[in-house]
Design a protein around this ligand. Structure first.
Ligand SMILES: N=c1c2ncn([C@@H]3O[C@H](COP(=O)(O)OP(=O)(O)OP(=O)(O)O)[C@@H](O)[C@H]3O)c2ncn1[C@@H]1O[C@H](COP(=O)(O)O)[C@@H](O)[C@H]1O
Length: 105
C-alpha cells in the first residue's frame, strides 16, 4: 500500500507545471492550495455518505478519491508524503487511549 501511495505522490509531484489540458492534477494544482483543500473536503464528504449508507463498493471507490485528493492537497502545500508516513511511524504502537490520557489537562 505504501508503495502505491509513494508512486502516486511522485506522479502528482511530477504534474506540477504540466499542461492542465491533459492533466487533472495539473488543473487542481493550478487553482491553488485552497481549492485543493476544498476538493479534498468534497471527496471526504462523499466517502462519509457511502460509509453511512454501507455501500462497500462505492465506499472503496470514494476512499480512493479521498487518498488521491489528500495527496494533491499535501503537494499543494509542499508537505511530502514521507513526512506524513514518518509521523505515522512515530505513533506506531502507542494506543490512542494512552496518548489521550497523557495530554495535559
Ligand atoms: N487517482 C487519481 C484520481 N482519482 C480521481 N481522479 C479524478 O478526480 C476527478 C474528480 O472529479 P469531480 O470533481 O467531477 O468529482 P467526482 O466525485 O468524480 O464527480 P461528481 O461526484 O462531482 O459528479 C475526476 O476527474 C477523477 O478522474 C483522479 N485523477 C488522477 N488520479 C491519478 O493521478 C494520475 C495523474 O493524473 P493526471 O494528472 O490527470 O494525468 C493518474 O494516472 C492516476 O494515477
Amino acid at each position: 500500500m505504501t508503495d502505491t501511495l509513494t508512486r502516486l505522490a511522485a506522479t502528482i509531484d511530477a504534474r506540477r507545471g504540466a499542461d492542465p489540458a491533459s492533466s487533472w492534477t495539473a488543473q487542481l494544482l493550478a487553482k491553488g492550495p485552497e481549492k485543493c483543500a476544498e476538493k479534498f473536503g468534497e471527496e471526504a464528504v462523499e466517502a462519509i455518505i457511502e460509509a453511512v449508507r454501507g455501500d462497500r463498493a462505492r465506499l472503496t471507490s470514494e476512499a480512493a478519491d479521498v487518498l488521491y485528493h489528500l495527496l494533491v492537497m499535501l503537494t499543494a502545500r509542499e508537505v511530502p508524503l514521507a513526512d506524513v508516513l514518518a509521523e505515522l511511524d512515530r505513533r506506531e504502537g502507542r494506543s490512542g487511549v494512552e496518548e489521550k490520557a497523557a495530554r495535559p489537562r
